[in-house]
Design a protein around this ligand. Structure first.
Ligand code: SI3
Length: 289
């Protein structure tokens, strides 16, 4: 069975400090109610790139302290400070995270040799497995099939979190690397990714929408494509509404409607406006009640 992971959000207080109780509530909801197979901790949805080093450490400690070994946990340790990535990789490995992940280094138009060195350095001193986080729309970094193959020469590099709408490349990747872990990253494209035989999916909206996404995966496995398509349509109506309402704060606002205290986003992300709050209530009523 394919695996579903929520990309864990970070609950923040109004002053930008980490709200540990909120993180614990979201971890619990994902385990107890959503029954997801795993959590992706410290990714885009977790606002990782808005956080100080100490805050990242706080999030990694809190999430695994709450989840224990109940589900799979992947810690995103990528950073433009390679020393920080290495330090975080060691920390999360010592904490017991069974997998790590790292976003492709961005901003400076690194060469592939530099990117390869970055990944090999991150895993060099840790006994852990790494999933490449590829998200060209945010990083501007697109890896080719041959570049993925070169990264996979390192046996500690075991897969890709593939957040990319390039389905030609996804098909090529799946077929060239049948034994690698390929996890789809765009929730609105879950169904075409399932059709290309990904091993599962990681996403922000599964925090709210895991049951519908799991039902879609089951329908797909049973060959009921009409049902899978209908479920994807409803999910995409919800995802469109979330995006139109500013997705990261809205995910938290809808969580609040569900009674889960998810805190607020951290600046420069937006604080909720009255319109956003009203929009989130409507999204909750329309799709998640
Ligand atoms: O938190 C993470 O690192 C993710 O899993 C990111 C994930 O791919 C999300 N992408 C972004 C940029 O947030 C998606 O889940 C995305 O929010 C969703 O598909 C709506 O577009």
């Amino acid at each position: 069975m394919k695996k579903l992971y929520s990309a864990l959000m970070t609950a923040f207080n109004e002053d930008g400090s980490v709200n540990e109780a909120g993180i614990r509530e979201m971890v619990r909801y994902n385990i107890d109610v959503n029954k997801v197979d795993g959590l992706y901790v410290g990714g885009s949805t977790g606002e990782n790139f808005n956080m100080s080093h100490d805050q990242k450490v706080q999030v990694f400690k809190t999430a695994i302290d709450e989840a224990g070994d109940a589900i799979d946990l992947i810690a995103q340790v990528g950073s433009l400070d390679l020393n920080e990535s290495k330090e975080l990789a060691k920390l999360v490995t010592d904490l017991g995270y069974p997998k790590i992940s790292a976003v492709t280094p961005f901003y400076y138009n690194y060469t592939f040799e530099q990117i390869k060195n970055y990944y090999n350095e991150i895993v060099k001193d840790v006994d852990n497995k790494l999933v490449i986080y590829s998200i060209p729309v945010l990083t501007g970094v697109s890896l080719s099939i041959d570049q993925f193959a070169e990264l996979f020469e390192n046996p500690k590099i075991i897969g890709i979190k593939y957040t990319n709408a390039d389905f030609f490349l996804l098909e090529r990747v799946r077929n060239r690397f049948p034994d690698k872990l390929i996890l789809s990253g765009f929730d609105e494209m879950l169904l075409p990714a399932l059709a290309l035989n990904v091993d599962g999916a990681i996403g922000s909206t599964y925090n709210l929408n895991a049951k519908r996404a799991k039902a879609e995966m089951v329908a797909f496995d049973e060959g009921d494509i009409d049902k899978a398509r209908e479920l994807q349509k409803v999910s995409n109506d919800a995802i469109s509404a979330l995006i139109a309402n500013d997705i990261y704060p809205s995910l938290k606002l809808v969580f609040e409607e569900m009674g889960v205290h998810a805190g607020v986003t951290k600046a420069p992300m937006s604080k909720p406006t009255p319109e956003m709050i009203a929009g989130a209530k409507k999204i909750y009523n329309d799709y998640f009640k």
